[in-house]
Design a protein around this ligand. Structure first.
Ligand code: IFM
Length: 449
């Protein structure tokens, strides 16, 4: 066992993650209809260089080779997402046989290669028709999502052991409906709060559908970090409380404790908005989670701003990735220990990784020592949290390969495998080789054949 993994249990598992819109391409094939990201990416100025996911990594056409690549990394699990408008065009009605067949073949291919499929139902690609009908601020979207979850489980439930309902609902609600930086690009805080509740309700209803069909493990993935006040000035302390409230507790308190936090409800009300809870919703939302997915990239230091409702993030002087995100591995240890104490749900790191510019590319070799260092520091941070009592069962690196990084287009590369977008050639980076060796070493066995 290396120093990096010291303290991780023998059955700790390893994997890689992607999402549908970021890698699949084939945006209008085999009956797929547009999602909010297809629409948003066409809005001038929404995505860097006017890029979109029409082709992306062309994974839809290269899936068997990509699965062989995944298996060559020696991972236990592959986390992917299903494109809702591919399997249920328009977000209503029957399943699209060609669309679901793609995922059925993907699952079979993974199982054949000895890799467990980990399925995320929603990684931000809402069918455009459902946005036109009101999107996540509209309660019916939660019901549509549960119906879709049932359709996908009917087709794949016999072979997929782990189900995640939503990926990072904070991004869907806040970036999608408050700041407008993500699809659908609306800017209205009250709509964002309505979206939060309907995303959580959709999660709870979907879990009910999955469990009624005998699903194995069901959970949700949240993006989280640590929020530290810039000073002990009560205004900075309040800034950190607010960021934690809207970033973490507004999701985990209802999911685990069946109630929204009072202080957060008061902050929301002070901004003229509200959470549209109806009788029975919180019971649905708080169905026990088998697993909490934790996506971690950075942590923030907060300072009170002129508008106390919108705290300011200040630099803590740490080095940054190509996203400008500060590298704070110790934040991951603190976060996991805090989540264990406050919520006590078994956890898996469902995403962690870094964008770097990968300038050193030659002769089929990508030297990305910066990414190796980032991954090593964060895996060590997970091991430290486990030694401190956090129940963390596995780690999935973001991302298997370079892909469409939302508003940044293809300029930001998170992969441990490089994608040449001209040729679609994949090259395992130094970090990918390092990760494979780490996995092999942590098992004390040789790599899978
Ligand atoms: O690429 C995204 C992913 O889709 C969701 N989590 C964060 C990643 C990096 O920004």
């Amino acid at each position: 066992m290396s120093e990096v993994t010291a303290g991780l249990p023998a059955d700790f598992f390893w994997g890689v993650a992607t999402s549908a819109y970021q890698i699949e391409g084939a945006h209008d094939e085999d009956g797929r209809t547009p999602s909010i990201w297809d629409t948003f990416a066409r809005r001038p100025g929404a995505v860097a260089n006017g890029e979109n996911g029409d082709v992306a990594c062309d994974h839809y056409h290269r899936m068997p080779a990509d699965v062989a690549l995944i298996a060559s990394l020696g991972v236990d699990k592959y986390r992917f997402s299903v494109s809702w408008p591919r399997v249920q065009p328009g977000g209503r009605g029957p399943v699209n046989p060609k669309g679901i067949d793609f995922y059925s073949r993907l699952v079979d291919e993974l199982l054949e290669q000895g890799v467990d499929p980990w399925l995320t139902l929603y990684h931000w690609d809402l069918p455009q028709e459902l946005e036109d009908a009101g999107g996540w601020p509209h309660r019916d979207t939660a019901h549509r999502f549960a119906e879709y979850a049932g359709l996908v489980h009917d087709a794949l439930g016999d072979r997929v052991p782990t189900w995640t309902t939503l990926n990072e609902p904070w991004c869907s609600a806040m970036l999608g409906y408050d700041t407008g930086r993500h699809a659908p690009g609306r800017r209205d805080f009250d709509e964002a709060m309505r979206a939060v509740h309907h995303l959580l309700l959709g999660h709870g209803l979907a879990v009910r559908e999955l469990r009624s069909r005998g699903a194995g493990s069901s959970g949700i993935t949240l993006n989280m970090g640590v929020h530290t006040p810039a000073s002990d000035d009560p205004r900075d302390v309040d800034a950190a409380r607010r960021a934690d409230g809207l970033g973490t507790r507004i999701y985990l308190d209802p999911l685990v404790h069946g109630r929204y936090p009072e202080d957060v409800l008061a902050d929301i009300a002070a901004r003229g908005a509200s959470i549209p809870v109806q009788p029975g919703d919180l019971e649905i939302i708080s169905a026990p989670l088998d697993v909490l997915g934790v996506n971690y990239y950075t942590s923030h230091v907060l300072k009170a701003a002129d508008d106390p409702a919108v705290p300011e993030v200040v630099s803590q002087g740490a080095p940054v990735t190509a996203m400008g995100w500060e590298i704070v591995p110790e934040g991951l240890t603190s976060l996991l220990v805090r989540l264990q104490q406050d919520y006590g749900v078994p956890m898996v790191i469902t995403e962690n990784g870094a964008a770097f510019d990968d300038l050193d590319v030659s002769d089929g070799y990508v030297a990305d020592a910066d990414r190796v260092e980032y991954l090593a520091a964060h895996i060590s941070a997970v091991a430290a949290a486990v030694r401190d009592g956090a129940d963390v069962r596995g780690y999935l690196a973001w991302s298997l390969m370079d892909n469409f990084e939302w508003g940044y287009g293809y300029a930001k590369r998170f992969g441990i495998v490089r994608v040449d977008y001209e040729t679609q050639v994949r090259t395992v980076k130094q970090s990918g080789r390092w990760y494979r060796d780490l996995i092999t070493g942590s098992r004390g066995t040789t790599a899978r054949p």
